[in-house]
Design a protein around this ligand. Structure first.
Ligand SMILES: [Zn+2]
Ligand SMILES: [Zn+2]
Ligand SMILES: [Zn+2]
Ligand SMILES: [Zn+2]
Ligand SMILES: [Zn+2]
Length: 390
């Protein structure tokens, strides 16, 4: 093919592609063409013209410039790859590489340099240094100027000064725990609670750090162990918390009768409680007033009381096995209620003659609350009184 023939062919191909062949290009691979539509000239390879693989670069550039203008940018050059271009922000003068397609789609574009400057200032204002990116775009890494710890924070929390150094907080919680005999183990199940270990007993417990700080806590496991033992001593079984969650109360079961009842833990400790269910029943059932002589360790004294079943009652005094009990008098009474009233009346009448509680305790009446005892010389007086009243 002669040069003339070839040029004729290129000319025809250009015509078909909407171009005008103007002359040679930078080397023999290129020719210079003019776009019929816009009049711009451009060097293109004839093989690209043939397959339609070209566009007007001048028009493209103008389009990109217009798109940049529209969002306050000036296109100043290429970017790291063909998708990116380098732009300059008209307002602040900062330059930034941005995807051209992003510029096209956006209504406004944020200057990252200005944003960083603002975040740095906001950090500085609250004693932090902005160090860099965070785990995701919502976080940044900051360093605390005072302690040097680094931490990821949300910039809006930094702006509002709504943050604290978690490492310092942890150190503080650890120290507070140590100060009151605890070891901080980790997070608690409940929000704002932490898991602690008691150094004394080794039990673990969730506590709020505020309670630890104020030393307002106790080991619930130890407490419950102690309450179990205390209950055991007085014929009760600790069942659990009181239903109504009343502080200082627990639910117990009476070993004797099987009834359950919510009782003050202090009353359990002092053995000053009765089974309300049994009490209520016994009030309407026949009962007895009794007067017994108790002898132990060379001492003797009298005890006046009432009971549905007298023998059962004696067992509840917690007397030592060596104690001897002699019935002086057992008088049947129609109801427990009447028996109780009668008993109270007698006790009231002879209150001044009663042995002191301390004395009866020292004589082996380990169970208090049933301590209305009398000296032996009251035997006849009490006998007559019961007989007279009953
Ligand atoms: Zn053009
Ligand atoms: Zn800027
Ligand atoms: Zn810190
Ligand atoms: Zn404990
Ligand atoms: Zn009962």
């Amino acid at each position: 093919m002669t040069n003339f023939d070839q040029n004729t062919k290129y000319f025809r191909e250009a015509e078909e592609a909407g171009l005008l062949l103007k002359g040679d290009g930078r080397n023999k691979s290129y020719r210079t063409y003019e776009f019929r539509a816009c009049g711009h000239a451009q060097e293109i390879k004839p093989c690209h013209v043939r397959v339609g693989n070209f566009r007007c670069n001048t028009c493209l550039l103008e389009k990109l410039q217009q798109e940049a203008e529209a969002v306050g940018l000036i296109l100043i050059g290429d970017g790291k790859n063909c998708a990116f271009k380098t732009y300059k922000f008209k307002e602040c003068g900062h330059t930034q590489e941005i995807q051209a397609s992003f510029v096209r789609r956006s209504k406004s574009i944020r200057c990252q340099s200005c944003l960083s400057e603002r975040l740095e200032q906001e950090a500085d204002a609250v004693g932090l240094i902005l160090k860099g990116k965070g785990k995701n775009k919502n976080y940044r890494t900051y360093e605390c100027k005072t302690c040097g710890h680094t931490q990821e924070l949300k910039p809006n929390h930094v702006r509002d000064d709504n943050f604290r150094c978690n490492k310092c907080l942890l150190d503080k919680l650890k120290q507070e725990a140590e100060a009151v005999g605890l070891t901080l183990i980790g997070l608690g199940e409940r929000k704002n609670y932490k898991e602690y270990k008691f150094k004394d007993c080794g039990h673990m417990q969730e506590l709020s750090p505020a309670r630890v700080r104020d030393n307002q806590f106790r080991c619930q496991t130890c407490l419950s162990d102690r309450l179990k033992q205390e209950a055991e001593k007085v014929g009760l079984i600790l069942i659990g918390e009181a239903k109504e969650k009343a502080k200082g109360y627990r639910t117990y079961e009476f070993k004797n009768c099987g009834h359950t009842q919510v009782i003050d833990i202090g009353c359990v400790r002092n053995n000053s409680f009765i089974c309300q269910t049994c009490e209520d029943t016994s009030f309407s059932q026949p009962s007895n007033i009794y007067l017994i002589k108790i002898s132990n360790d060379g001492k003797s004294w009298l005890k006046l009381g009432y009971a549905k079943v007298v023998n059962n009652r004696y067992k509840e005094y917690g007397l030592p096995n060596s104690a001897l009990i002699e019935e002086v008098l057992v008088v049947p009474i129609a109801t427990g209620k009447a028996a109780r009233e009668l008993e109270l009346e007698i006790h009231k009448r002879y209150k001044k003659d009663q042995l002191s509680k301390r004395l009866t305790k020292s004589m082996g009446m380990s169970i208090s609350g049933f301590g209305e005892c009398y000296p032996i010389d009251m035997k006849e007086t009490l006998f007559n009184c019961v007989m007279g009243l009953a």
